[in-house]
Each structure stands twice: as structure tokens, then as C-alpha cells.
Design a protein around this ligand. Structure first.
Ligand code: MRU
Length: 346
């Protein structure tokens, strides 16, 4: 069990571990309004699809508190602008919209002050995510042969979720079971979630790991033969196409070309059955300065243009297994995904 926590409700507000400052500093940002939570999501204080959803759920409780103070029983109308602002914070991780929709389904049943009921629902979303992570970790770890090397991309650990992690949760549990000889960690340009966050989480638990540049994927699979690429997801379309951090698609191609397997690990809250395929997923593009500068210093000529999509979509055909809390979908396609979701009750 990881000791790392990305977010906690404390004395009537949401405290977020400021992930922009890790690993150098551990500072907490206090969010006492929905607007502050939305800004923190947009600005990458909290990131990772499940953690974004959980933060947004607590944001709804804050929005409701303010709306009730301003409008009394008219709070359901007064909350609309905050709900829209939260929804617009980042476009790709479907967990954000999923959490807001789940919170909104509570509204009709609430009488009087809504804060308590909505806080309870946010806490339930948070607790259920932790439980889902542990279930996924058990399902995914069982697929990994003892003594394996694996590659992971971005950060999918306790920092990206309610706790334990998705892909990194599988790696944690597999390591505890003696299945992991070594983890390779993509540095994950441009925000360096691998170098700053995944390396930090792995180091704290003494899990053997080495950092590689994102561009090393093909050479890594050719030379050091990791058995698996294990990644998380921001959105899984109805046919299994998977949006995740930019560079995942490249790593999956490299894995496939060298006979390694690709595992996607995500809770059901990341599945988006109404989006038919990857082409329909909105991929967030962030400012050019994220590429043309490094830690505030220019690394490209002044004024040089950049294309900065921060996610890509790995086609389902490159994915060997999708692991969620309800089990494993092998060689995902539209039919297998639909059949699985039916048995999972979604
Ligand atoms: O831009 P980020 O850091 O929010 O991107 C995070 C990822 O791409 C993760 O792999 C994904 O959200 C899964 S986290 C369990």
C-alpha cells in the first residue's frame, strides 16, 4: 500500500498535493471553491484521470455549499456555472465528466442543505477508486511472469488516483509477488510525470527501476526485452481504442514490433461506451511553451511554433489486454468490450 496521497478533504476544503513541485517540494494547495478546484485541474496541480474525477467530485460539494449560501433552495440552478467550469477544466480524461454526472444524479434526492450528501458521494467515489485499484492490481499482476521486466509511461500511481494506482498499482502488486525484476520508466515529456512522479513513487518503495527517454522505447524492447508495456488510460472508447499520455502509442508500436505485450489498466470510470472509437476522442492540446521552454528556460528559438497534443490514441489492435476492476478483456474490440461491459453492469 502506497503512503502517497494526492488529495484529501480537510476542515471543509480540498487539499491537493501540488504535483508541479514534486519531487523537490511537497506543498499542499487548499481549494475552498469549485473554481479553485477547476483551476488546479487545468493547471496540473492534480492530474491523472481518476484523481481528476475525484477532485471534481469534491469540487461539486464546494459548489453546492456556495450555491446554497447564495440561493437557498434555488441552489440547483445556481450551481450550473460551477459545474460547467469544472467540466471544461480538461477535455480528454472522461473520469471528469463521469464524476460530475454521478454527482449531478444525486441532486434530485436532496432536501435542504446539499453539502453533506454531496460530500458523502464524493467520498464514495474516492473510496471506490481505491478499491478498484486494488482489484485491478490483482487481475493485472496475475498476467505477469515472475522475474519480468516492464516499461511504463507517465504516472499512473497513487498520485494519479485515489491511492495505489492503475498501471503502477499492477506493478506495485506484481513486485510484491516477486513478478517484477525491473521497471523502466519513460520520462514522459513535456511534464515529466515519469521522471518526477513515477520515479518518486517507485523509489519510496524500493522497487528496482531505471529512467529512459521516451524515444528509447524501440531500442529498449530490442535490447533489454521487457515483457510488457503497462499503461493507464484517460478514456477507453467502445471499441477499445485507448487515449493515454502522448508517447503511449509509440511505445505500444515498439512493444508489438518486438513481441512484447501491451496491458492497459483503468477503472470502469475511464470507459466511455458512448464514444465509438478513438477518432471521436477529443485530444487535449496545451500551449507551445510547454515544448519550447524547460523549467522556464527557452530550449527552442524565440517564437518557434509547436504542436503539443498531450495525449494520443493507441488503436485497440495493438492492445493485448485491458484490465479493470471487474477483470480482463483480452484482444479488445467492439464486440468483446460490449459483452464485458454487459456482464460488468455498465
Ligand atoms: O496529463 P496527465 O498527467 O493528467 O496524464 C495522465 C495520464 O495520461 C495517465 O496515464 C492516465 O490519466 C491514467 S492515470 C491512472
Amino acid at each position: 500500500m502506497s503512503a502517497v496521497t494526492a488529495l484529501r478533504w480537510h476542515s471543509g476544503a480540498l487539499d491537493l498535493l501540488d504535483q508541479r513541485r514534486l519531487p523537490a517540494e511537497q506543498t499542499w494547495l487548499r481549494c475552498a471553491s469549485a473554481g479553485a478546484v477547476a483551476d488546479a485541474i487545468r493547471d496540473m496541480v492534480v492530474r491523472g484521470a481518476p484523481a481528476i474525477g475525484i477532485a471534481a467530485a469534491y469540487g461539486v460539494a464546494l459548489a453546492a455549499r456556495d450555491a446554497y449560501a447564495a440561493a437557498g433552495d434555488g441552489w440547483r440552478g445556481a450551481i450550473a456555472a460551477d459545474m460547467a467550469y469544472l467540466r471544461a477544466a480538461r477535455p480528454t480524461a472522461v473520469n471528469l465528466a463521469w464524476a460530475l454526472d454521478r454527482m449531478a444524479r444525486q441532486f434530485a434526492d436532496i432536501a435542504g442543505d446539499p453539502e453533506r450528501a454531496l460530500l458523502a458521494e464524493a467520498r464514495a467515489i474516492h473510496d471506490e477508486d481505491v478499491a478498484a485499484n486494488h482489484a485491478m492490481a490483482a487481475h493485472g499482476a496475475a498476467l505477469i511472469d515472475p522475474g519480468s521486466r516492464v516499461l511504463t509511461h507517465c504516472n499512473t500511481g497513487a498520485l494519479a488516483t485515489g491511492g495505489h494506482g492503475t498501471a503502477l498499482g499492477v506493478i506495485r502488486t506484481a513486485h510484491a509477488q516477486g513478478r517484477i525484476a525491473e521497471v523502466f520508466v519513460d520520462e514522459t515529456r513535456p511534464w515529466l510525470q515519469g521522471a518526477r512522479l513515477t520515479a518518486w513513487e517507485l523509489q519510496q518503495e524500493g522497487i528496482p527501476a531505471r529512467l529512459v527517454v521516451d524515444g528509447a522505447a524501440a531500442w529498449l524492447f530490442a535490447r533489454l526485452r521487457p515483457a510488457w508495456l503497462i499503461v493507464g488510460a484517460d478514456r477507453i472508447a467502445a471499441n477499445g481504442d485507448t487515449a493515454n499520455k502522448i508517447g503511449t502509442y509509440t511505445a505500444a508500436l515498439a512493444a508489438r514490433a518486438h513481441g512484447a505485450k501491451v496491458m492497459v489498466v483503468a477503472p470502469l470510470s475511464t470507459f466511455d461506451p458512448v464514444t465509438p472509437d478513438g477518432a471521436a476522442i477529443e485530444v487535449e492540446e496545451r500551449p507551445a511553451q510547454e515544448l519550447t521552454q524547460l523549467a522556464g528556460q527557452p530550449v527552442a528559438p524565440a517564437g518557434f511554433a509547436a504542436w503539443n497534443p498531450v495525449f494520443d490514441v493507441t488503436p485497440a489492435g495493438l492492445i493485448d489486454v485491458i484490465v479493470c476492476e471487474h477483470g480482463v478483456i483480452e484482444r479488445p474490440d467492439a464486440a468483446r468490450m460490449a459483452a464485458f461491459l454487459r456482464t460488468a453492469g455498465r
